[in-house]
Design a protein around this ligand. Sequence first.
Ligand code: 87F
Length: 721
Amino acid sequence: MSIAELISKLNTLGFSESAFEHAAVDTVDQWAEALATVSGVPSDYVLTKTLIFKPKQPKSAPIAPVVVIAKGDSGTNSTLLGKELGLKDLRFANDDVLTNIFKTSKGSVSPFALGNVPAENVEHIKVVVDQALLADGVGKIAFHPLDSTRTVFIAPATLTSFLESVPGLAAFRPIDFEKLAAAAPAPKPAAAEKKPKKAAKKEVAEVVGSAKLGIEVTKEGDFAKWYQQVVTRSEMLDYYDVSGCYIVRPLAYFVWQQIQEFFDGGIRNLGVKNCYFPMFVSSRVLEREKDHIEGFAPEVAWVTRAGSSDLAEPLAIRPTSETVMYPYFAKWIQSYRDLPLKINQWCSVVRWEFKNPQPFLRTREFLWQEGHCAHLTKDEAMVEVRDILELYRRIYEELLAVPVIEGVKSEKEKFAGGVATTTVEGFIPTTGRGIQGGTSHYLGQNFSKMFNVVVEDPEATGAERPKLFVHQTSWGLSTRTIGVMVMVHGDDKGLVLPPRVAETQIVIVPCGITVKHTDEERRKLYDACLDVAHQLKQLGLRVETDLRDNYTPGFKFSHWELRGVPLRLEIGPKDLEKQSVLTVRRDTFAKQPVSRSDIETAIPALLETIQKDMLVKARKTMDERVKIVLDWENFVPTLNDKCLTLIPWCEREECEEQIKERSSRDSLGDEPEDDKAPSMGAKSLCLPYNQPAEPPIVPGQTKCIQCGHEAKRYALFGRSY
Ligand code: 87F
């Protein structure tokens, strides 16, 4: 059984989370330590140990192992257990038994290894389960899903269902190890063993609950940890007790609201209206478009119960709203005069992914907008697809100062339900990976045929007017935008926010007040800070004044730097005398005095400069790291230099699969840059609209760098999120 097979089996038994990855562990203590560094694990869980014993038996007897599934800190004395089970001389099973019967090895033993036991051996196995794992109130139980570098947290009921599902396995036996030890003549005190485990658990809780101040790692040094610390410690986001779900705190939500405001204005100009559809989808409606939903089905979350009673019909939670909306398109569109129909909704969607969750980038519930339109003609629909893509580009570049590459997806990467997918692709320099930023699809008539969204041909004459299926578009952009922005601009001090989306654009910090200064002098300085703040607020700028008297200026600088505030104004007694303020940019830390009389022009201009410079800098980095590659030999080395590639490509799906496979194989043995990267193959990110001019693709002459077929265009390939 593979890990994936095990997880999908557990899914059928009530388990709906993902496995957490960590360093390989051999002991319960190491396990606790490893989990303490993993984000998103449940706040309360029980560690376990699974022990495989073998009684002394005649050689001719079939091997009859005893599998003990116990709480990590339960005393599992083999002599007492042997007595209880009426077995002589219980000993730990040797490696042969682990390898040949359970197909596992020492550090990785778990109850799930029972799923590997050949049928002829299963009937001889005894399974013992520690009562302490089955008691009321036990939350989640931790096991390795066949491999000690991963952990799943499952409910006790899932464990028992799993055991019951192993074909041929006799009933398991619950044993109260505490009672067993207490009843024994000379019980070994289990207390000594218990203490360190409790301490280990506390450590987990402390790490989860801690509110450390700064960023403890560098962006280059440990990017995954850096990102996690930046988003949490800047107070953009917090972890939640449902794995893969996060709280979007005001600082991040403000960014989202700026995006909403901009995009709402943009789509209003295009004649799109906002609306809201319910989040629940009946299975009948969801599955009406079978082909489209098929590949996505494992990610659909279902509500099956209300209170204590099962629903008559389970309800899906929307992962996207095509099938929710289009039956109503069919109802509302009766004539070509009802076209175009253009609607958008801002909502959250749920996709129960099992890949590693990442704040903003991959979360099980996320905020997005989804637009859905119906047109009479393909041309009209295509214009809209591109208009929306242009708005997405502007959100990235003009609001978030993140450069993107626009293009069209390959056949393999497009939305399977549609005809063509256009995309804006971002780039994360630190990992060298591309990231899909937003997609705008031309759905053609695929959905209108499925949902019967038809009008009469306005051009036709006579009584029998032929029906025309409408041409549809759909487009979506999510809070992933925020994660991309953080990854692109953040630095070792924390978040760096572009002024247009910063909740606080300017922080004013009084400086240079010492014990030598009088209360009067302090008050004058504070008043000056408040005056400047007032003046700037009048201009519509978002300003904070940090007059807290229990923190030093240095502490305040770090506080606001961590939170990404684009501009700091320092005002000290000397500045008062000179009638000036000192400006300090968050993006460059450049300092520049500004005269009080110039504030109203200089500060807004400086914010604009910061906004512009952030994009220029990010674009320069991206441009340097998007490389034209003209032969396969340079493909993987270029990826390994943390670059994306532009390659002459044949655009065949088969070739794309080969590129992924070959680039993954060729890069084995690389420095691991994060958990996924070492052997990650390259995907096509898009066929950019803006094609390199040099060297030109010559029809009939230029070859695809992978397969040698005729190259059609340059394609952007890279490792990606
Ligand atoms: C996950 C589960 C079920 C993506 C899914 O891109 C269905 C889907 O249809 C699914 N994940 N998709 C494709 C979404 C296509 C399209 N929908 C409107 C968008 C933008 C907004």
